[in-house]
Design a protein around this ligand. Structure first.
Ligand SMILES: NC(=O)CC[C@H](N)C(=O)O
Length: 360
């Protein structure tokens, strides 16, 4: 099956289609992880994006039932150098080709992913169309003028409240497109977690009498979600807050800092980050296109706690008056190293300190 990837700068890559035949418009980004393609496909933060994997062989350990971060893939397209036809792993129950086909995701293989990534690095993240159809180029150019919907979180948040009972502190997790890994990291620490939709108000959240609130990861531009920023504002000082990725950006906005789009983002499993509170450098899992502008922290009640060692960008903040902190990367890992899971313990300590025994 012939396939094309057409970029907004006019570049056309011709390759072989895999997964579902079809056509899709999205933002083309790249991920440098050597493994973890299943977690990438199912991370709801990738909603709206056509993801290119820089590692040349993808699908080599097949598809298994464990490595999913949500119930289905959320990427709008998948770009690889080679999609493995003969996977080998004791957990594998199928091939990436069939998995994408069954979930309606179009992929393209056999293209020079190295040149594509160099282009993205030079030009910045671009709009793109991935297609296996014979759509005339003129029509594709029209599609490329489109924009992604500003309500991406609403498309991936939970439609109803659900609970994972535990004996430990009560946590309300605001689901902006939450990876299962975030929930797992809380549940394995004994937390009693109630997961709520993104439009839940602060008063509704506080009615559950939580010991802490988790602000999850999620897709899109944080500035597109003023109602969620308001909710975070209303929670501050009344309950301990821990934000991850989109949750981090919303905490920053709620406290008066600003965010901006990075040229091509951070997506991979080996980004070095320094924790300024303990002086250590951690290798982190990342997936984001936006970042907190460091100069806008001045004059807020936030302080910088983590810095990216590659490009100096903001990777973590904490509130100096209220119990609230956040990181731009993924302490839940999945995929990637779990060096940073101590941050969940920090959250538990914060809940204990704020709530006395952590349970009342
Ligand atoms: N993983 C995330 O939560 C990503 C946050 C936001 N959508 C960004 O791209 O910056």
């Amino acid at each position: 099956m012939r396939a094309r990837l057409v970029l907004e700068d006019g570049t056309i890559y011709e390759g072989t289609g895999f997964g579902a035949p079809g056509e899709s418009f999205g933002e083309v980004v790249f991920n440098t992880g050597m493994t973890g393609y299943q977690e990438v496909l199912t991370d709801p933060s990738y909603y709206g994006q056509i993801v290119t994997m820089t590692y040349p062989l993808i699908g080599n350990y097949g598809i298994n039932v464990d490595d999913v971060e949500s119930t289905k893939p959320h990427v709008f397209g998948f770009v690889v150098r080679e999609a493995a036809d003969f996977p080998s792993n004791w957990r594998s129950i199928g091939k990436i080709n069939d998995y994408l086909a069954n979930n309606g995701i179009t992929g393209i293989s056999g293209i020079d992913t190295r040149s594509l990534v160099k282009k993205i690095r030079q030009h910045g993240t671009m709009r793109a169309v991935i297609t296996t159809l014979d759509t005339p180029l003129e029509n594709i150019k029209e599609m490329l003028k489109g924009t992604l919907p500003p309500d991406q979180v609403q498309r991936v948040t939970t439609s109803s409240v659900y609970r994972c009972p535990g004996e430990g502190p009560r946590v309300v997790a605001m689901d902006f497109g939450m990876k299962q890994g975030v929930l797992r990291s809380l549940v394995t620490r004994g937390c009693d977690v109630t997961v709520v939709p993104s439009d839940t108000t602060a008063e509704e959240i506080l009615a559950w009498k939580p010991h802490g609130v988790m602000l999850s990861n999620g897709p899109g531009n944080p500035e597109d979600y003023p109602h969620m920023v308001n909710t975070v504002q209303d929670l501050l000082g009344r309950v301990p807050v821990f934000g991850i990725c989109l949750g981090h950006q919303l905490l920053a906005l709620a406290c008066g800092a600003k965010t901006e789009k990075l040229k091509f983002g951070h997506r991979g499993a080996n980004h070095p980050v320094k924790d300024l509170l303990n002086g250590r450098v951690y290798i982190t899992s990342q997936n984001h296109g936006y970042t907190v502008k460091p100069e806008t922290l001045a004059g807020t009640q936030l302080e910088l706690t983590h810095i990216n060692q590659n490009d100096g960008t903001v990777e973590g903040i904490r509130h100096t008056k209220h119990p609230a902190f956040s990181v731009q990367y993924h302490p839940e890992a999945r995929p990637g190293p779990d060096d940073s899971d101590y941050l969940f313990d920090r959250f538990l300590d914060m809940m204990m300190a704020f709530n006395g025994q952590g349970r009342n």
